[in-house]
Each structure stands twice: as C-alpha cells, then as structure tokens.
Design a protein around this ligand. Structure first.
Ligand code: ADP
Length: 347
C-alpha cells in the first residue's frame, strides 16, 4: 500500500511515515494512519448530524464505533468511504484525500452495510462472482475460490444466499467486501441480530484480518464486542464524547459506582434516577449499578436505601456501559430522551 505525496499537516503525536501521517506513542515505532480525518461535519436540513468529528485509526488496528441509534455513525462511515461528501472537515483514508480522491478510496475500502445487500436468489459463489465482476477483478474464478476458502464458505458455495442463517449471511457479506483485497474495512453494525456463537466467530475473523494488517472501523451496540476492539470512539448527537482504549475511557470518565443486589432492586430505579448527581442507573444481571461523577452525591443518593433489609451495597468498578450512559446523561444537549432500545433499562 503506497500513497506517495499524500501527507497531511503534522500535529501533536503525529509524524510523517511513508506517504501517510502516522501515530507515534512513546517507546513504540510510528504507525501509519489508515483513517485520519478532522472536523468532519454533515448537516441535514440545517441540523449537524455529524458535528466536528475527528478520527485517527492506525493501520492494523480495530476501532469500535459506538453510540446510540441516530448518533451519526452510519453518516460518518459513509463519508469515510467516499459515498457522502462532508459539508466541512478534511482528511484522508489510506492516504487518499477524502474529498478529491473518493474513487480511489472506494477501490481500497471494504464497506459492509447494516442490511444484507446481496442477492438472495443467487448462491454464495454466484454472489461473489457478481462482486468480482463489479470490481473487474482479473482472475475472477481464483478470486472467488480464494475468498470462499478464506471465509470458510467452500462447503456452502452452492447454497442460495436467501436460505442462509443470519450468521452465514453476515459471513457472506464480509466475504463480499473482502473480494477486492481492501486495506480498510468499514463495518456498520455487522453483527446486529446474529447469534452469540456466530458473533464470536465473526470477531475471530476480524482479529485475523487485523493481524494481516487490515484496519477495521466497526460500529456496534454490543459491549462484549467493544471489549474486543483495540480502541473505541463513542459518539452521541453527532459529537465524539469519548475515545481511547477501554481502560482509558473508563479512567477518564472518573465515575463513582455503587452496586446493589437483593430483593426487588428494580423498584429503586426510578427514584435513584431522579437523585442529583446520579448519571446512570443500569441493571447488570441481578445487580443494579448507580453511577455519577461526584462520589459524595452518589453516596447521598443511595443513603436512604443503604440500611434497608435485604439489600447488599458495595462499591464497584465502572464498566463501559456505566460510562456511556453517564456520558449521554451529562452531555449538554443530552440525547437521553431518544435513547437506543438497549439503553432503555438505564437512565
Ligand atoms: P446511526 O448510524 O448512529 O444510527 P445515522 O448516521 O444513520 O446514525 O443518522 C444520524 C442522524 O442523521 C439521524 O437523526 C438520521 O435520521 C439523520 N439522517 C441520516 N441520513 C439522513 C438523510 N439522508 N436525510 C436526513 N436525515 C438523515
């Protein structure tokens, strides 16, 4: 992969490497940036649905893109792969300029949309052959065979796509966006509605691709998937609210969290949610997490219930879900009122 002469301005920890800007962390060699965009903005009817978003993802990394429904993930992804033109912002994907070299970006990027977009009445092999024709691949048969093998689809090559289970459909969709050997994968909720085993297999595949040097930006609502990413970006209402590794994001949030277990803890949710300083009340199995930034306020909020019989209170480490729910609640233009369904149990 080379993109001579494509080098953006250098700031902060970013230094020149080859044709790309690159990220350098203390004590580690510099790595080229596969995604390097600043100030991305997209407006619809005067409303910024993506608002001044900057993203830097180094080559070979898996970056999780999280946020409630309607927060701007798909719009951002579509700008990154050259399908949408940003109203403001600049940068590059794989060293190609986001505005001037959209065709080159489209050739080098694999984009997996939320909906299964292949032909249900064609077999797996026929679908892949169709994609190979679209990309005008030189040796179509070899490319299809290679992809069938790479994704473990060989045994089902003649099965109609419409008869595949969700997990296999998603595997076929991934195969389709790998046909042209992209260097960057943009995956938009690839595992929505897929069973846990297929999701785990899919993530093993993503890690194998990253080991081959492919960069992945993947949107997801699943916290277990977020934990499998090298780094995370959390967006709400079009704005990035947090970024970093899981540990960094949790540490930066500085949350005080209390966990309560016992009889009928669900009855506490509504009153705890109203207490000053409480940013998130979320159920995890039989326990309820109560979180806020001000430890004293959280303690005050739970004080009326601390002595109640049948309830067991303890301090708990914050997890990603505590952090994300709290970030939305604390955001100036909170989107808490139009929360995603998976957040519904929480504040
Ligand atoms: P996400 O992927 O995080 O669910 P989207 O990027 O799909 O979010 O959408 C962000 C916001 O932009 C939503 O409010 C959505 O309704 C709005 N939006 C997306 N595409 C269009 C469009 N073509 N015209 C008008 N509004 C749009």
């Amino acid at each position: 992969m080379s993109a001579p002469g494509r080098q953006g301005p250098q700031r902060g920890p970013f230094v020149a490497l080859g044709g790309y800007r690159s990220a350098q962390h203390e004590g580690t060699p510099a790595t080229a940036l596969a995604i390097d965009v600043r100030g991305l903005t997209k407006r619809y009817a005067g409303r910024a649905v993506v608002d001044d978003v900057s993203l830097q993802v180094a080559e070979g990394r898996i970056c999780g893109f999280l946020g409630p429904n309607g927060s701007g993930k798909t719009t951002t992804i579509r700008m990154l792969c050259g399908l949408l033109i940003p109203d403001a912002g600049e940068g590059s994907c794989l060293g190609f300029d986001l505005k001037r070299e959209r065709d080159a970006i489209r050739r080098e990027v694999g984009y997996m949309t939320q909906k299964f977009g292949l032909y249900e009445d064609l077999s797996i092999r026929e679908n892949l052959d169709f994609i190979a024709r679209l990309y005008e691949l030189a040796d179509r048969r070899a490319a299809v065979d290679r992809t069938l093998e790479r994704l473990g689809l060989g045994a089902r090559r003649d099965q109609l796509a419409g008869t595949l289970s969700g997990g296999w459909k998603q595997r076929l969709a991934l195969a389709a966006c790998l046909m042209h050997d992209p260097k960057l994968l943009l995956l938009d909720e690839p595992t929505a509605g897929v069973d846990p085993k297929a999701r785990r297999d899919f993530w093993d595949e993503i890690h194998a691709l990253a080991r081959d040097g492919i960069t992945v930006l993947v949107s997801t609502h699943y916290m277990d998937e977020a934990e499998r990413c090298h780094e995370l970006v959390y967006i709400a209402n079009g704005k990035v609210l947090a970024r970093g590794t899981e540990q960094q994001i949790i540490a930066q949030a500085g949350l005080a969290v209390w966990s309560v277990q016992g009889r009928d803890v669900a009855r506490l949710v509504e009153s705890l949610k109203q207490a000053p300083g409480v940013l998130s009340v979320a159920a995890f199995g039989n326990a309820l997490h109560v979180a806020g930034r001000d430890a004293a306020q959280v303690e005050q909020a739970i004080a009326p219930y601390r002595a109640q019989a049948g309830l067991s209170w303890s301090q708990a480490p914050a997890n990603l879900e505590d952090v994300f729910i709290s970030l939305i609640a604390a955001a100036p233009d909170s989107v808490a009122t139009k929360r995603a369904p998976q957040d519904a149990a929480a504040r």
